[in-house]
Write a protein that binds this ligand. Sequence first.
Ligand code: SF4
Ligand code: SF4
Length: 83
Amino acid sequence: MECRAGCGACCIAPSISSPIPGMPAGKPAGVRCIHLSPDFLCRLFGRPERPAVCSSFMADREVCGEDRDSAVRILGWLEQATA
Ligand code: SF4
Ligand code: SF4
């Protein structure tokens, strides 16, 4: 599936263990990445400093659900299941 523009669930719900510019320890689950804009777009998109883990994450109906709320629920559940 195509990533839903303005979703941003995967920039909030999961933890990211690799460094993010301005967040050297990555981010905990449920914390909004500082690079997620108010309209839920990545301010680092297309830039070399965007973490590799973000660039490699592919939208998939199984994890992205039908909308942001369902994606947050699924990603949060996966985070707990793999913690
Ligand atoms: S959760 Fe899926 S649809 Fe939403 S921003 Fe991330 S990749 Fe895109
Ligand atoms: S760097 Fe961009 S894609 Fe990665 S978590 Fe932050 S806002 Fe999302």
